[in-house]
Design a protein around this ligand. Structure first.
Ligand SMILES: [Zn+2]
Ligand SMILES: [Zn+2]
Ligand SMILES: [Zn+2]
Length: 300
């Protein structure tokens, strides 16, 4: 079977939605699309499963959206690769849980301890040494007590240097986000002749980064999908994040087939339904704009 899809696992910003101790209309909404966990996207192509970011709540959602049905079908597609866009905890803090689960899966399948495979984690040098290594560095060490090899292998990736994980091709692109998260990347992804851009968290107004230089796509529809950070509705440059207002300007240049707005934070101050209505009223475009929600699946 030829499987190719993208699953939005977590579509909120840090701490997700609803927010602790908040009584606003979004936090009080009982609609499932207003419940957002932190960042996580699952790329599925053939038997390859690659996670892009893995924030709080992503593991629980992966079980609910993906693996409950796979268990019923008695087929498990293991996640053995993780790309981390930058070193904020809402993008990497559940990394260890993926490594541990992959190890348990191999044990359940009778793989000998000495033959256990590792999860490959792709990140910039800065993201690894300033953030992920602090909580996951020990996973690179073998367990001498149990005679098991390491659970994790970190591969340092660089701007514009393409790499492959199974069926999926990834090109990291520098983005500017936060002074405490240098080495942030967007990812240009190739899956089954489809081109997907995931921006991660980024500052669109940064003079140090030019979309055109990084992504020389002048043709309309050259990108099948752009998954773009939409932290707020109006521009808030001091936050280091992007907004719907700024995203639309960029999307108009790219003219992708589909745009998905994600990383929606409390600053949006709108329910899922209100964002959809406001988009229609303010930004009626001839390409499709989708407001992400946890569990959204885009098939190719
Ligand atoms: Zn974030
Ligand atoms: Zn609230
Ligand atoms: Zn961030």
């Amino acid at each position: 079977m030829c499987i190719c899809y993208v699953r939005m696992i977590g579509t909120g910003a840090a701490w997700g939605m609803p927010d602790l101790m908040c009584k606003c209309k979004v936090c009080r909404s009982s609609f499932f699309k207003d419940k957002r966990t932190e960042s996580g996207i699952l790329l599925c192509s053939g038997n390859t499963r690659l996670l892009i970011d893995v924030g709080r709540g992503v593991i629980k959602n992966l079980i609910n959206f993906e693996y409950t049905s796979q268990i019923l079908d008695d087929i498990i597609y293991p996640i053995d690769g993780i790309c981390i866009s930058h070193g904020h905890t809402d993008h990497y803090c559940e990394t260890e849980a993926v490594c541990q689960a992959y190890r348990r899966l191999q044990r359940a399948n009778g793989v000998l301890p000495s033959a256990n495979k590792k999860v490959t984690l792709y990140s910039s040098q800065y993201t690894w040494s300033h953030a992920v290594e602090k909580s996951c560095g020990h996973l690179q060490q073998p367990s001498t007590l149990r005679n098991r090899p390491p659970m994790l292998e970190n591969i340092i990736i660089e701007h514009k240097k393409k790499f492959r994980h199974g069926d999926i091709e990834v090109t990291p692109l520098n983005v500017i986000h936060s002074s405490v998260a240098d080495g942030a990347f967007a990812f240009l992804i190739g899956m089954r002749n489809k081109k997907i851009l995931y921006t991660g968290d980024f500052t669109p107004s940064s003079p140090q980064w030019d979309w055109k230089e990084a992504l020389p796509f002048d043709k309309r529809d050259a990108l099948d999908l752009v998954i773009i950070e939409a932290n707020s509705w109006n521009s808030m440059p001091e936050t280091g994040h992007s907004s719907v207002e700024e995203d639309i300007k960029m999307l108009d240049k790219f003219h992708p087939k589909i745009a998905v707005l994600t990383h929606i934070s409390h600053e949006m101050k709108k329910t899922h339904e209100e964002i959809e209505i406001a988009l229609k009223e303010t930004y009626d475009r001839d390409y499709q704009i989708i407001v992400a929600y946890d569990g959204l699946r885009l098939n190719f």
